[in-house]
Design a protein. Structure first.
Length: 462
C-alpha cells in the first residue's frame, strides 16, 4: 500500500506556495505526494491516507468551492483523513467539522504543523481524524514569526517559477475583508533569511523568484543588527547580494509605489509586471472600504511604474457592487480603467463576509447589477490584454518554460505574457528561453485558457 498524501489549494499564489512547502515536507519523509486537482472524474483511491486542503475565505464562492472539494475528497479517498487548513478553517472550523467525522481542522495560524505531521504519521501509522486532531489541538506553542514562514521549499512541482513567502498577515482593517481576521497582524521574514532562501534558489540555477505575501507593502523585516527594512530596502539589498536571479513582485498597494521604490524597480533584474490592489476608482467607495489611499494615488502609482519600466504589464483588483455603489461611483471606476489601460483586471462581485463591517452596510446592490458591472470589467480586460499583446508584437522577451502540451510549449515572459510556441528540441521546465511575440489568442483570453498569445522560439538560454 502506498502512503499517498493528496493536496488541494484554493485562493492566491501565497496559498499555493504554502501547499508546495507542505508537500515538500512530506516528500522529504518518503511519502508520495499528489498535487493534481481533484474532480468528479477522479478515480477512487484507497491508498490516499491523508487529503489536505488549503482553503480561502475571500468570497462566499471560495468557501462553497472548499466544501465541494472536501466532499469530493471524502468520496474519492475513502481511507483518508481529510485535513482542512487555511483561512476558512481558521474562521469556521467547527462548521466545517460537521460535514463528516473524518475531517480534522488545522487552523491557519497553526499551518506550520504541516512540517511536523509527516513525523507524526510515521510514528502513529494507525492515526485517524480524532488522534490527528488531538495532536494538533495539543500543540500549545504560540505561532511565532518563524512559524509563519516554515513552509519554504526550493522544489516546485506545480510551478515553473519559484516563489518565497516573505510577509504574512495585514495591519489594515478593510471593511470587506476577512483575511486580517484569519491571518492576524503583519509579520515579515528576516532579511538574512530571505537572502538565504534566494541564494538557495540562485545556486540551484533558478532563473526567477516571485515574492508573495498578504500585503507586501507592509514588509518590515529585520537584519542581524535589528534594523527594519522596507520592501524597497529588501529589494535593494537582494540585488546587491545576488548575481543573476530575477525578482517578480506579486502585489502591492498603490500608495506605496514611490519614486524611491521605482528607482530600485528600474533594475534590469526586476521583472516588468506589477499587480496593484485597487478595488475601486471612487473615493467615496474607497473610504467606505476603509482603504488607506485615494484614487489620485492610483493614477500616480501607474505613472511611476510606467516611468520605471518600458511597457510594463500592470494589472489590478476591482470589486464591483460594494454596498451603496452608485452608477456614478462605478463610472469613476470605469473612467480610471479607461484612462490607465490596465493590461488585466481581476474583477469580483462584492461578497458579504461575516464579521466584517461591510456585512451590515446598506443598501445592498442587486446581483443583476453586480453581474453587469463585472461583465463590463471582464470585457474591458479582454480588450486591453489584446491591445497589450499587440503592442508587444515582433518584440523578443526572455521567458520561463512551463510545460509541453500537444506538441507546443508554454512559457511566461518577463512581462507576464503566457505564450505558446513550437520547438523541436527538448526543453526543461523552469528553463529560460527567448521568444518573439506573434499575436494574441483572443478566444483563449475570453475562455480563460492557459495561453493568451502565440510566439516564435528564438533560442534557449540555459
Amino acid at each position: 500500500m502506498k502512503n499517498i498524501i493528496h493536496f488541494e489549494t484554493l485562493g492566491c499564489r501565497l496559498n499555493q506556495d504554502e501547499t508546495e512547502g507542505a508537500a515538500h515536507s512530506f516528500s522529504e519523509k518518503g511519502f508520495v505526494t499528489d498535487l493534481k486537482g481533484i474532480s468528479a472524474k477522479t478515480e477512487t483511491n484507497e491508498d490516499v491516507i491523508l487529503a489536505v486542503i488549503n482553503t480561502c475565505t475571500v468570497t462566499t464562492k471560495a468557501e462553497q468551492k472548499a466544501r465541494r472539494l472536501i466532499r469530493l475528497m471524502l468520496q474519492k479517498y475513502p481511507q483518508s483523513v481529510v485535513l482542512v487548513s487555511g483561512c476558512y478553517a481558521e474562521l469556521d472550523g467547527e462548521e466545517i467539522k460537521k460535514i463528516d467525522p473524518r475531517i480534522c481542522i488545522l487552523s491557519g495560524t497553526k499551518k506550520f504543523l504541516l512540517k511536523m505531521i509527516p513525523d507524526y504519521i510515521i510514528q502513529n501509522n494507525q492515526f485517524d481524524s480524532v488522534t490527528l486532531q488531538s495532536f494538533i489541538d495539543g500543540y500549545k506553542k504560540s505561532a511565532s514569526v518563524i512559524d509563519s514562514f516554515t513552509l519554504f521549499t526550493p522544489v516546485f512541482s506545480q510551478h515553473s517559477r519559484a516563489s518565497i513567502k516573505i510577509q504574512d498577515g495585514c495591519n489594515n482593517n478593510c471593511s470587506f475583508c476577512r483575511i486580517h481576521l484569519a491571518r492576524g497582524k503583519s509579520v515579515s521574514l528576516d532579511v538574512e533569511e530571505v537572502l538565504n532562501r534566494v541564494m538557495i534558489l540562485e545556486n540551484q540555477g533558478t532563473g526567477e523568484v516571485v515574492f508573495t505575501g498578504v500585503n507586501l507593502s507592509q514588509y518590515a523585516g529585520k537584519n542581524r543588527e535589528g534594523k527594519i527594512f522596507s520592501f524597497k530596502d529588501l529589494l535593494d539589498f537582494l540585488l546587491e547580494k545576488t548575481n543573476r536571479i530575477k525578482f517578480r513582485i506579486s502585489s502591492f498597494y498603490p500608495q506605496h509605489i514611490t519614486e524611491e521604490l521605482c528607482c530600485v524597480l528600474k533594475h534590469e533584474r526586476v521583472q516588468p509586471s506589477f499587480h496593484l490592489s485597487i478595488q475601486s476608482g471612487s473615493d467615496r467607495i474607497l473610504n467606505l472600504m476603509n482603504r488607506p489611499y485615494e484614487s489620485s494615488e492610483v493614477y500616480k502609482a501607474v505613472e511611476l511604474l510606467r516611468k520605471s519600466k518600458k511597457n510594463p504589464f500592470i494589472s489590478c483588483d476591482i470589486i464591483a457592487g460594494f454596498p451603496s455603489e452608485s452608477e456614478d461611483d462605478f463610472e469613476q471606476t470605469k473612467k480610471m480603467c479607461s484612462n490607465l489601460h490596465f493590461a488585466w483586471v481581476h474583477a469580483f462581485p462584492f461578497s458579504d463576509r461575516p464579521g466584517t463591517a461591510a456585512f451590515d452596510m446598506k443598501p445592498k446592490i442587486p446581483e443583476r447589477i453586480k453581474d453587469e458591472r463585472v461583465k463590463w470589467l471582464s470585457d474591458y480586460s479582454v480588450d486591453e490584454k489584446v491591445k497589450f499583446i499587440d503592442s508587444c508584437r515582433g518584440l523578443e522577451f526572455v521567458a520561463t518554460v512551463e510545460r509541453k502540451r500537444f506538441a507546443r510549449w508554454t512559457c511566461v515572459t518577463s512581462n507576464f505574457l503566457h505564450a505558446e510556441f513550437e520547438c523541436s528540441g527538448i526543453l526543461e521546465k523552469g528553463s529560460q528561453v527567448v521568444v518573439r511575440i506573434c499575436e494574441p489568442l483572443k478566444d483563449n483570453i475570453i475562455s480563460g485558457k492557459e495561453t493568451e498569445c502565440s510566439a516564435v522560439f528564438v533560442k534557449a538560454l540555459n
